[in-house]
Ligand binder design. Structure first.
Ligand code: ARG
Length: 254
């Protein structure tokens, strides 16, 4: 009897120790606000990040970030701002991560770390029904609307010249400008494009892909402790099907 209790006690102690060791490891992770994982984003990019009618944040990135935070034993804190500011916040250590459907590019890799990719995006072209723009080749000589600081802006200004591109605060304002005839088309990621077109009768997405890209989580340059922790959490959530579940919740397969 005594022996059994002693054994049980040891087992409980060992379990306790293991739990403490795990917690300690995570507590070692220095974050902007201790105990929190601060994510900068631009919540005007459905279905990756958007606000609900009651002002809460939701979307694929929001839920994946929540799951990662949980894995790390941290509370998720979301800071909403313009997209270019969200990238800068992570670069300058004002946020721990930027999750905003961020495309991995060589230029960005010079100034920030990127996690493994968790999703892919495609730059597509939105036009009014019956537009004379029918493919990427027709963009020349037209005014293109984009979101400031995005790859859509970068590709279009590289390919067609800065004077052919207007940068808006976010995707929605770019689409509004298209509705008002201020631009001839909008180049934006395909998932938000589909949401915007659904909400704006008279607009269509061209059946041509401009550029395909990888989305990843951005972090401050050199923050390898966080990078490793985030990649580890991502791998686990990938493996146990959580990521797929979240994506399926927001994007229905065609
Ligand atoms: N994928 C594009 C980029 O990285 C656009 C992302 C815009 N995201 C947003 N939440 N507004 O440049």
């Amino acid at each position: 009897m005594k022996k059994k209790i002693a054994f049980l006690l040891t087992a409980v102690m060992v379990m306790g120790l293991a739990a403490t060791a795990g917690a300690e490891e995570k507590a070692d992770l220095a974050t902007v606000t201790p105990g929190k994982l601060t994510m900068s984003t631009n919540a005007a990019f459905p279905p990756y990040e958007m606000t609900t009618d009651s002002g809460d944040f939701e979307g694929i990135d929001v839920e994946i970030a929540g799951a990662i935070a949980e894995e790390l034993g941290l509370e998720l804190q979301i800071d909403d701002m313009d997209f270019d500011a969200a990238l800068l916040a992570a670069q300058q250590g004002k946020s721990d991560i930027v999750m905003a459907g961020v495309t991995v590019t060589d230029e960005r890799k010079k100034v920030m770390e990127f996690s493994d990719s968790y999703s892919t995006g495609i730059q597509v072209i939105i036009v009014p029904e019956g537009s004379e723009i029918e493919s990427v080749d027709d963009l020349e000589g037209h005014m293109i609307g984009t979101q400031r600081g995005t790859t859509g802006y970068i590709y279009c200004s590289d390919d067609f010249g800065e004077n052919s591109v207007t940068a808006y605060d976010n995707g929605l304002t770019a689409v509004q400008a298209l509705n008002n005839g201020q631009v001839d088309c909008v180049v934006i990621d395909s998932a938000p494009a589909q949401e915007f077109v659904k909400a704006n009768p008279g607009l269509v997405i061209l059946d041509t892909e401009y550029v395909t890209e990888d989305y990843a989580i951005g972090m401050g340059k050199g923050n390898t402790a966080l990078l490793d922790a985030v990649n580890e959490a991502l791998a686990k959530l990938q493996e146990d099907g959580t990521i797929q579940e979240i994506v399926d919740k927001y994007i229905s397969a065609e």
